[in-house]
Design a protein. Structure first.
Length: 402
């Protein structure tokens, strides 16, 4: 059950995350290895991906803080070329088990990259023999395992098989606090299938948290363009019409029985939730004057954080810290341009239609202001990389961001 178009958008997102990383929006020592090309994105796209990465990192950190005693687990749905594990490892912030799950073809590509880099194997706690054995296994049974890391195949559209895979993992505990991470995964799944998965998680895990990054607002000009882009790529947003806004997303989880639900658009997340020190750092990296486009783009993406716990141990897992909860009873309207930016002059501002074009290309190439890192001594001269989709337009655009 492969989803070729969806895998292409995941590759695009990885290229954009790498662009933000190489410019210093955040640190990631391993991303370059797993991304097949380096393309500098516009400041608008770089800032958007900084916000996305910072939001997910913040949620993971708060989950780890809320579950400091006892076993805790993280399960990444549609992990693709994600390198969050390595960032957590560098900070000494790993859970007892970090499980990456994706479709068979994606897992095979990631394994093929890992097998060519000895220092990646060392960071994961595996050997070249472990990787070769995983690649030699039948596609549906591929598994790479170390003490606290797992890479394996699973499809969220088949929760019964998903449960079988997790049950087969030594040390995985369904009764332990478990955080599920879904970055642009369930948005490509039929609502009935995503509901089946979410109800399964709710019923199977007594201490569960689920976070998702998804598109919203399909019915305005920007949203219609966004839908058209993903449809043209062969990966239509199957859930957005059923859950078009923050209110619908909130009802989605409350109706299923998740007792604690927060849904914020990315404007709220950026200005209210992400630590101010990180935002100030990001706003000093590049000259930025695309505020109207920035707020429009961020309004069309949301972060969902929902949890349940039989003994309230996850009660403190929140997007918005309690001390500012009262301040954000209503979704904020952005009236300022940010803490470190200057007000744009308003001239020659593009319309939403001007913003629409795939992320893969730019109107002009912009070099990174840094040398390329050297290839590790144990790697071949031209090691395989997880491929990125070829550009389908010379324009760069925020509505095409995964």
């Amino acid at each position: 059950m492969e989803l070729g178009g969806v895998q292409g958008t995941s590759d695009d997102a990885a290229v954009s995350k790498l662009s933000a990383c190489l410019l210093g929006y955040y640190e990631d020592d391993f991303m370059r290895i797993f991304v097949g090309k380096e393309t500098r994105r516009s400041p608008l796209i770089n800032r958007g991906y900084f916000a996305r990465v910072a939001a997910m990192d913040m949620i993971i950190e708060r989950f780890m803080e809320a579950t400091a005693s006892g076993q805790r687990q993280i399960v990444v749905l549609g992990a693709g070329s994600d390198t969050t594990y390595f960032r957590l490892r560098k900070r000494g912030f790993l859970p007892d088990l970090y499980v990456e799950m994706d479709l068979e073809g994606v897992v095979a590509k990631k394994l093929d990259v890992i097998r060519h880099y000895e220092h990646v194997q060392e960071a994961l706690g595996v050997t070249a023999g472990d990787v070769d054995a995983a690649l030699a296994s039948p596609p549906s049974a591929r598994l790479l395992r170390s003490k606290n890391y797992v890479l394996t195949c699973a499809d969220v559209r088949q929760p019964e098989l998903f449960e079988t895979v997790l049950s087969s993992l030594e040390g995985f505990d369904f009764s332990a606090p478990t955080l599920f991470i879904s970055e642009c995964v369930l948005c490509y799944v039929e609502p009935r299938d995503s509901e089946q998965f979410l109800r399964w998680a709710l019923g199977k895990f007594p201490h569960a948290a689920f976070t998702s990054y998804e598109q919203i607002l399909p019915d305005d000009a920007f949203g219609r363009t966004m839908l058209g882009h993903f449809e043209s790529r062969g990966c239509p947003l199957l859930a957005i019409k059923s859950f078009p806004d923050i209110q619908a997303q909130t009802r989605r989880f409350e109706t299923m029985g998740w007792p604690q639900v927060e849904v914020f658009d990315m404007n709220d997340v950026y200005y209210k939730c992400i630590p101010r020190s990180q935002v100030r750092h990001a706003e000093r990296i590049e000259i930025f004057d695309e505020f109207e486009e920035w707020h429009m783009m961020q309004a069309h993406y949301c972060v969902i954080l929902t949890s349940r716990s039989q003994d309230n141990r996850l009660e403190g897992l929140r997007l918005l810290k309690p001390e500012v909860q009262k301040e954000s009873q209503d979704q904020i309207k952005i009236k300022s341009t940010g803490s470190g930016d200057q007000q744009p002059d308003g001239e020659n501002k593009p319309t939403s239609a001007d913003l629409v074009a795939p992320l893969e290309g730019a109107t002009r190439p912009i070099p990174f202001p840094m040398p390329a890192t050297s290839t590790s001594s144990d790697a071949p001269a031209n090691p395989p990389m997880i491929p990125s989709a070829a550009p389908s337009s010379p324009q760069e655009n925020s509505a095409s961001s995964e």
